[in-house]
Design a protein. Structure first.
Length: 374
């Protein structure tokens, strides 16, 4: 039986019931692309998938000879450690432990451990894809050694603007209100270090910083200090708001009322929480790690950073021994941004005009998809 003819144009595979990688961004992108997209039932010649899409759906698109465009974020690159090795069964634990004993084997066995633990699902999807859309230069770099021959484009995530946040006037004086987004299972978000920093700034430097943590669940990374939970939940200068699925109500209000978004996230390919915070007019202070430089630009201050100074593999999901952050330099950055908010908020608006608005991201996706469909 002859294969059904494909319809020239592009479609988007999106399952709104799933909670997946970059779900809020991909949902906004899907809605922005709907006007130009062809329904999947009509078999568009090009289909855009998120990296978390079911591999069966991607395989069926390959069988139908549709061109597959895959949006991906990062790869897991945990170094070998006791907690990481403990996630495997006994025979593999013994083999992987050789990477701790013999440094020459570390990177090879780290690759195998991350592949077996999680990366194999991403690898399979990439192998099926015709075109890759990376979220940042960092995201491309971590994949390039393995998939350097794959055609690709780099498009930074976007978000819908909150006019209330973008138009809010900066406070002239007063305490500094910083905000961040919680992640209960990724130590690499370094919430524990951020809490320690705020405590240090107040107690050692007498700087009146207040921290709001949105999305707080009460669960602390196993490798974090036991005292961090108590500080978060009892310190008078820390406020928490629970889990959320949409930026509305108290969550949106907290973002609008903050002065600075602060993040210590490490090797994050494109932290969408940062884009969402900037959508509410917030400049960003953090370290120039992962995809943060591509997002923030000059709309904040990022301390210089080299994600690969200790090699390709590092702490991420199982350890908290991250490279030290210069607290004095970080505090100076927070104070500089907080005392020049009008300037930095103007830069945030300019970043949205040029790169971060969801409409801008959608146009860039559309350009790639239509070019491939042609």
């Amino acid at each position: 039986m002859a294969a059904r003819r494909l319809t020239p144009g592009f479609g988007v595979y999106f399952d709104p019931t799933k909670s997946t990688s970059g779900q809020r961004f991909f949902a906004d992108l899907y809605r922005a692309l709907e006007r130009d997209a062809i329904p999947l039932a009509l078999r568009p010649s090009v289909v855009l998938f998120n990296v978390s899409a079911p591999i069966g759906e991607i395989a069926r698109a390959r069988w139908r000879r549709q061109t597959i465009v895959l949006r991906i974020d990062g790869l897991y690159a945990d170094r070998l450690s006791g907690p990481f090795i403990a996630t495997f069964r006994a025979p593999l634990r013994a083999l992987l432990s050789l990477g701790l004993k013999y440094p020459r084997l570390h990177d090879v066995l780290s690759f195998c451990a991350n592949l077996l633990n999680e990366n194999y699902t991403t690898f399979a999807r990439i192998l099926l894809a015709d075109w890759i859309i990376y979220q940042s230069r960092f995201s491309h770099r971590v994949h390039a050694a393995l998939f350097g021959r794959k055609a690709y484009t780099i498009i930074v995530n976007g978000a819908k603007r909150s006019e209330a946040g973008l138009l809010r006037r900066a406070q002239a004086h007063g305490d500094i209100h910083v905000i961040t987004t919680y992640d209960e299972w990724k130590p690499a978000k370094r919430i524990h270090d951020l809490v320690t920093f705020v405590q240090w700034a107040r107690e050692e430097k007498k700087v009146p910083i207040h921290l709001t943590i949105i999305g707080y669940t009460g669960k602390i990374a196993a490798c974090a200090s036991a005292g961090i939970k108590a500080i978060i939940e009892t310190a008078p200068y820390i406020a928490t708001l629970g889990k959320f699925s949409a930026l509305e109500g108290p969550i949106e209000q907290a973002l609008v009322e903050a002065d600075v978004y602060c993040t210590f996230t490490y090797r994050d390919p494109c932290p969408n929480a940062v884009v969402e915070a900037m959508a509410h007019g917030l400049p960003v202070v953090g370290v120039a790690s992962g995809g943060l430089p591509d997002i923030v630009g000059d709309a904040g201050m990022l301390l210089p950073w080299d994600d690969f100074r200790d090699g390709y593999y590092g702490c991420h999901r199982y350890e908290c021994e991250f490279p030290l952050i210069d607290f004095d330099a970080m505090l100076n950055a927070v104070i500089k941004v907080a005392t020049n908010l009008d300037v930095f908020k103007t830069r945030v608006r300019q970043r949205f005009d040029s790169d971060l608005d969801i409409a801008v991201a959608a146009r860039r996706y559309t350009a790639v998809l239509q070019r491939l469909a042609a």
